[in-house]
Design a protein around this ligand. Structure first.
Ligand code: PEP
Ligand code: MN
Length: 361
């Protein structure tokens, strides 16, 4: 076949665009499926990078484990036809070598590999001396140190262009999501690594097509740098993750429905109004700290009395009474019971530590 070859876009340039949109099938299944999905996505002008899994680390054995190296020429053909750079998941040194051999544009390390420092180190060693950008998905479990460790291993191997992908964390039992987003962990990871690209993967968080738009919107609202969303020319017949893949048209609907936001505005009136509100928040934060300081002084006094009278620090009935009263009051003020409980627990712990210090003096 004599297809016209389209010059592929430079991956390093593509990765400077915001937002970066990555899409393509969960798994490469057949050449036709890869090429049809890619050309359809390209015709709609929706995406910057094509993705497909060719080695699939499946949680349980006995299901489709990926087409393997044979899928790489299919992705090359899709790239020739569309100009779209492509990325695949790697889980071993051998897979890195194969992916590099077929001039894969970018790689990602999956959640099931990020949990394993030995795998990550093996992958990192195989990446030494290459220029290829590497994305690191969060580990399956909510552990920022494991995610950070993977990042350090890849960075120490000399990889310059590293991105992070937030794909949620596995939890036991039925929840609304396939993987709990635990947004605060992605936010903290971002705070620690402000220079790194942070992509959100709403498909693996949701596990269901209908939940993808809301998760994607939230990621955009939190100023993520891009989205990775699985798409398939015929999701109903997909060999893996069929419930969370969308058609190229479906992807268009999702992306068109998103309200894109930017981190900053040039508009003076908006910035002034925002400054004023932030001033109010700063003042309230100062007042809260003052009050907390006073509260702890009282805890110190209580500690002295308790010591003199030989009374225990913790009195469960009193603690329950505080929890109940404040949760009810908090709800009337629009504060969630979860938040009130977390906040009271932190204060209570600090109070116990204060009393403990006084008593052991
Ligand atoms: C995938 O992207 O297809 C995949 C297997 O993802 P994760 O590692 O997030 O489960
Ligand atoms: Mn998948």
């Amino acid at each position: 076949m004599t297809d016209k070859i389209i010059q592929r876009k430079n991956i390093h340039e593509v990765l400077r665009k915001r937002p970066v949109i990555i899409s393509g099938p969960c798994s490469a299944e057949t050449e036709e499926q890869v090429v049809d999905t890619a050309t359809s996505l390209a015709e709609l002008g929706l995406i910057d990078i094509l993705r497909a899994g060719i080695w699939k680390p499946r949680t349980r054995p006995g299901s489709f484990e990926g087409i393997g190296t044979k899928g790489l020429p299919w992705l090359q053909r899709a790239r020739d036809l569309t100009g779209l750079p492509f990325m695949v998941e790697v889980a071993s040194a051998r897979q890195v070598e194969d992916a590099l051999h077929f001039e894969t544009d970018a790689l990602w390390i999956g959640a099931r590999s990020t949990v394993n420092p030995i795998s990550v180190q093996e992958i990192a060693n195989a990446l030494r001396g290459t220029e290829i950008p590497v994305f690191i998905k969060n580990p399956m479990n909510p552990d920022l140190e494991l995610w950070t460790g993977a990042l350090e291993r890849v960075a120490q191997a000399g990889v310059k262009n590293i991105g992070l992908i937030h794909r949620g964390f596995s939890v036991f039992g039925n929840t609304e999501y396939r993987n709990a987003p635990m947004w605060h962990l992605a936010i903290e990871m971002r705070r620690r690594n402000p220079e790194l690209m942070m992509i959100n993967d709403p498909a693996h968080i949701s596990g269901r097509r209908d939940l993808i738009p809301a998760v994607a919107q939230k990621a955009v609202d939190l100023d993520f740098d891009g989205l990775m969303i699985e798409s398939h020319i015929n999701p109903e017949c997909a060999w893996t993750d069929k419930n969370q893949q969308v058609t190229p048209e479906g992807l268009r609907t999702i992306l068109n429905g998103i309200v894109w936001r930017k981190e900053k505005s040039e508009e003076a009136a908006f910035n002034t109004a925002l400054e004023q509100l932030r001033d109010q928040i700063n003042n309230i934060d100062d007042e809260l700290l003052l009050l907390l300081g006073k509260r702890m002084q009282i805890a110190d006094q209580i500690g002295i009395y308790k010591k003199e009278n030989n009374i225990t620090i913790l009195q469960t009935a009193r603690w329950n009474e505080i929890l109940q009263r404040e949760t009810a009051k908090g709800e009337a003020l629009g504060l969630s019971p979860d938040f009130v409980k977390t906040y009271l627990e932190a204060i209570h712990m600090e109070s116990i530590n204060h009393q403990n210090n006084v008593m052991t003096k």
